[in-house]
Design a protein around this ligand. Structure first.
Ligand code: PAN
Ligand code: ZN
Length: 190
């Protein structure tokens, strides 16, 4: 028999599960350079350092596989009109895909290929999205409640955060009259 656990229990009210091997948090100060309006980031950080998102992960390790279940919770919030979002990454092993499953809240999934083909998918509870190989991915909370989504991926896929940190995504998700709109990322034009 493979090592336990073979199953875990998800709690729909809390948006969390047990048992889990990994837990991480990202605060605004950890993500500061991702947001377009750096002056707004500095002003916000003078007041406090809010939790932007946290996530849990449980790898199901066997001698031949490492399929992993994770759940991320993005808190509602904005900096300089830009919604709270995950850091976003390519997989180090570019050929490995992933499934994201929106459980709670409303948001957007940003996808971008290495060649710069960009797509944004609107999320409501129940939306399941495939992240194809060679595709950077970032989730954005566009609502005023917590956004919770599950992820299924191979642990060995790894994370390449550097590429996204350098160039961002082709479009930003910003609030205009209380609604999310996509605008071209000015950093790309620099
Ligand atoms: C997810 C993400 C998780 C946090 O498990 O790692 O949502 O987002 P960042 O890693 O971009 O900070 C995943 O996509 N794993 O591959
Ligand atoms: Zn991923």
């Amino acid at each position: 028999m493979f090592p336990l656990p073979l199953s875990l229990q998800y709690d729909f009210t809390r948006g969390s599960f047990t048992p889990f091997e990994h837990y991480s948090e990202r605060r605004l100060s950890d993500l500061a350079e991702l947001f377009h309006d750096q002056e707004a980031v500095r002003r916000a950080l003078k007041r406090d350092d809010p939790l932007v998102y946290d996530w849990r992960a449980q790898p199901f390790q066997t001698p031949e596989s490492d399929l992993t279940f994770g759940v991320t919770r993005i808190y509602p919030g904005q900096v300089g009109g830009e919604y709270f979002m995950t850091r976003g990454h390519f997989h180090l092993q570019r050929a490995l895909p992933e499934i994201y499953f929106c459980l709670q809240g409303t948001g957007m999934l940003l996808l971008e290929s290495e060649a710069g083909a960009f797509q944004a998918v609107t999320w409501t509870p129940g939306t399941v999205s495939h992240i194809p190989p060679h595709t950077a991915h970032r989730a954005v909370n566009t609502g005023d409640t917590i956004l919770v989504f599950a992820a299924v991926y191979q642990q060995s896929a790894g994370h390449d955060y550097k590429t996204v940190a350098q160039r961002g995504f082709a479009q930003l998700v910003v609030a205009r009259e209380g609604k999310p709109v996509l605008v071209a990322n000015p950093r790309r034009g620099e």
